[in-house]
Ligand binder design. Structure first.
Ligand code: S3P
Length: 175
């Protein structure tokens, strides 16, 4: 697999894609079978703020959450290497993820994403509370995901096949 474009930062792996496309699951699985550390933007923001994503949105608004995501990326850019980073679905809209690593977009149909998420998982995500609006968001974000991706992966494949493809792709990236 050849990257679709020049790689700026070969030192990390970045997973991007819509909410519920499996970024954290794949990131964790890749970490287990490789020497890459694992970082999850949502989990780090939640622990730094000592608040859930839902509470950050409710108490401070989405704009504030996006600023926290930008801060997270700036920290990654200057301090983190050899890590697989799973990102919140909106993060590529506020920061160019190519600056923090080799970008893999997990591509999945909207209806598949919805079917995979439990009610509890949906409730954790403020921007999934209105399905029609979420679908519009999905459509509007796809271009940005594709623009930033060095590699586009079929997110519907089993986890072990996705991680295999990622390692294969990374083997050809010069660090
Ligand atoms: C968001 C995605 C969520 C989380 C927040 C906003 C988005 O992360 O960052 O609820 O704007 O798409 P996941 O993509 O891990 O669900």
């Amino acid at each position: 697999m050849k990257p679709k474009q020049e790689i700026i930062n070969p030192h990390n792996i970045v997973l991007i894609g819509f909410m519920g496309s499996g970024k954290s699951t794949i990131g964790r699985a890749l970490h287990k079978i490789s020497s890459f550390s694992f970082l999850d933007s949502d989990a780090i923001i939640e622990s730094q703020q000592m608040l859930s994503i839902g509470d950050i949105f409710r108490n401070f608004g989405e704009k504030h959450f996006r600023e926290l995501e930008i801060g997270f990326c700036q920290w990654i850019k200057s301090h983190v290497t050899h890590s697989v980073i799973s990102t919140g679905g909106g993060l590529p809209l506020v920061f160019d993820t190519r600056e923090i690593g080799v970008v893999f977009f997990l591509d999945l149909d909207f209806h598949v994403i919805l079917n995979r998420l439990s009610l509890e998982e949906r409730n954790k995500r403020p921007l999934l509370s209105n399905i029609q609006k979420a679908k519009e968001l999905y459509i509007s974000r796809k271009t940005s995901y594709k623009q930033q991706a060095h590699f586009i992966l079929n997110g519907a494949l089993p986890t072990h096949l996705i991680t295999q493809e990622m390692l294969h792709a990374m083997a050809n990236v010069k660090i």
